[in-house]
Design a protein around this ligand. Structure first.
Ligand code: NAP
Length: 517
């Protein structure tokens, strides 16, 4: 049957362009209906990339940090004005309930506005100093000053399906603030929201032509069009990350690459936090929340939960009791708290992942027992939250190395703190680990023990019960990314994010020259 859904345009080379193919359809994961199509067939990627570098890059670099920050602030206003349309797209295309759409959409706007404010603080400069000048010999007249200058290439963003709004702006905000033009290739499944946001900002005429481009559809040819001064920032699975890292254009041109990949994150209840303690309750609440927000489709979601052996049964019962209250189904129904997975492929992948983990675990709470609200089980890509568990965490290698990208977590007991630390580290490098306890000294020393294998350690003690920002929430002020299996990338972290888009160089000269910088 001929598809009649609208074809989304790509914005490249300073103009809107349609692909020449029939396109790939994006669907509603709850109703099964076709929404829009995307297609990038036949686009002149090399020409479009040249335009971005030559026109967009030059125009952005002519502005100061403060002026570019003002452009970000203007983009924030445009996004705020169109917020309702973004929520409608998220409901239809991602199948998310309002609070989950907010994590993506309002998270995006908040991140962009944070960089607008941070950029303001950089004022009218065109480069950044890195530390003080260092004398190079006995005579202090000849010295070395390190500087950061914006890179003259473009930033190609290849994004994952789960954050079409936040994933765009958390990368684009620091890049544009740095003076680097960006080309965004959203994941096909949810490209609509990304494309719509870019369209709104482009139509408002905020950024110079070539500063912001979007290519929706196949990734074919994108990496081939990269040049030595370009950079790629990728978010997605470890498999695709490996393809990008080893792509000939990346290898031959030393293209700078940032990878945000998957991660088997953990939550750890410290030995002092027995059932009935406030820290115990905080862990239970956070685990249930993390499993169900965005139906567990968050790279930062808790996948492994470690508790003292004596607390295993109580933790299993308490988390299960919370999960049992989850209403799953059509996000348009106000009683629903958890919507759908993004599509049938993800539903199948979650079911397969669950079966794989179940060979080494038992089911402590079975999400399949929940009845879907207002949704046809034969059609809707909805799945209830499932808590797995095993009393043999050392033998359960699958629980430590498998990311099931859905509402699934595995509970495991530990003997003592060194055992717990060893188990957490079996994630081989994660985005985030959260600690729950009441003793500041133990929390602090445990955090330092785990810091090297995590991008972020989120510490929840009773005094911050109402204040903490959530295990899985990525705040623009804090670093996002993790070592090892998590991809080895670094994003956000306030102004630290700008480093990726700048080249650090040492200027060696007379102090008179350095003073004239
Ligand atoms: P994915 O399948 O790896 O796809 C990610 C992106 O790569 C998509 O835009 C995809 O395009 C593109 N892509 C696929 N093959 C490619 C190739 N050969 N060359 C260049 N690009 C290619 O991942 P996903 O399923 O969208 O996302 C889920 C995964 O992302 C999960 O594992 C999750 O943990 C991870 N994730 C990590 C973070 C983080 O910050 N660390 C955040 C969110 C998600 P198409 O869609 O067109 O195939």
């Amino acid at each position: 049957m001929q598809s009649t859904s609208p074809l989304l345009s790509n914005y490249l080379g300073g103009q809107w362009q349609n692909g020449s193919g029939t396109g790939t359809a994006l669907t509603d994961p709850v109703l099964g209906t076709e929404l829009v199509r995307v297609d990038a067939t036949g686009l002149d990627l090399v020409g479009g990339f040249d335009f971005a570098r030559a026109q967009g890059g030059a125009a952005l670099r002519a502005l100061s940090y403060g002026q570019r920050a003002a452009l970000l602030a203007a983009a924030v206003k445009v996004l705020q004005a169109n917020r309702d349309a973004y929520y409608d797209i998220a409901t239809a295309n991602s199948g998310t309930v309002k609070t989950d759409s907010a994590v993506d959409i309002d998270g995006a706007i908040f991140t962009l506005s944070t960089y607008a404010k941070l950029g303001e603080s950089l004022g009218d400069g065109h480069f950044m100093r890195d530390g003080e000048a260092a004398r190079l010999g006995k005579d202090p007249l000849f010295a070395s000053q390190h500087v950061f200058t914006p890179i003259r290439g473009l930033a190609l963003f290849i994004n994952a399906f789960n954050f079409p709004a936040w994933g765009l702006w958390e990368k684009a905000a620091p890049a544009l603030l740095s003076g680097v033009p960006v080309v965004i290739k959203p994941a096909t499944a949810t490209a609509w929201l990304t494309q719509r946001m870019v369209q709104d900002v482009v139509q408002a005429g905020i950024f110079p032509p070539g500063a912001l481009s979007v290519v929706c559809g196949s990734s074919a040819g994108l990496l081939d069009a990269l040049q030595p001064m370009d950079m790629v920032s990728f978010t997605g699975s470890a498999e695709t990350a490996a393809i990008i890292r080893s792509h000939p254009a990346v290898v031959q041109h030393s293209v700078r690459v940032n990878i945000e990949a998957d991660s088997v994150n953990s939550a750890l209840l410290l030995p002092d936090a027995a059932p009935g303690s406030e820290a115990f309750d905080l862990l239970v609440k956070e685990v249930a929340r993390e499993m169900t927000v965005k139906s567990g489709q968050k790279c930062t979601a808790i996948r492994r939960v470690f508790v003292p052996e004596a607390s295993y049964d109580a933790a299993a019962a308490a988390i299960a009791a919370r999960l049992a209250k989850t209403t799953v189904g059509n996000p348009r129904n106000d009683s629903v708290r958890m919507g759908a997975l993004v599509n049938r492929a993800q539903l199948n992948s979650v079911r397969e992942g669950l079966a794989y983990l179940q060979t080494q675990t038992e089911v402590l709470f079975d999400g399949a027992q929940l009845t879907l609200v207002d949704a046809d089980p034969a059609l809707a890509c909805c799945v209830g939250p499932t808590l797995l568990g095993t009393r043999q965490p050392d033998a359960a290698d699958r629980a430590h190395d498998t990311e099931v990208f859905g509402p699934v977590a595995t509970l495991m007991p530990y003997r003592d703190l060194p055992h717990a630390l060893a188990l957490v580290r079996r994630g081989q490098g994660s985005l985030v680990c959260s600690l729950f306890g009441a003793d500041p000294a133990t929390l602090a020393s445990t955090a330092l023990e785990l810091a090297d294998s995590h991008g972020r350690v989120h510490i929840v003690s009773p005094d911050v019960a109402q204040l903490h920002t959530g295990h899985g929430n990525v705040m623009p002020q804090s670093l996002h990314g993790g070592p090892g299996r998590a991809g080895g990338g670094e994003e956000l972290g306030g102004l630290r994010a700008l480093n990726f888009y700048h080249r650090r160089s040492a200027l060696q000269a007379s102090t008179a020259v350095l003073a004239a910088l």
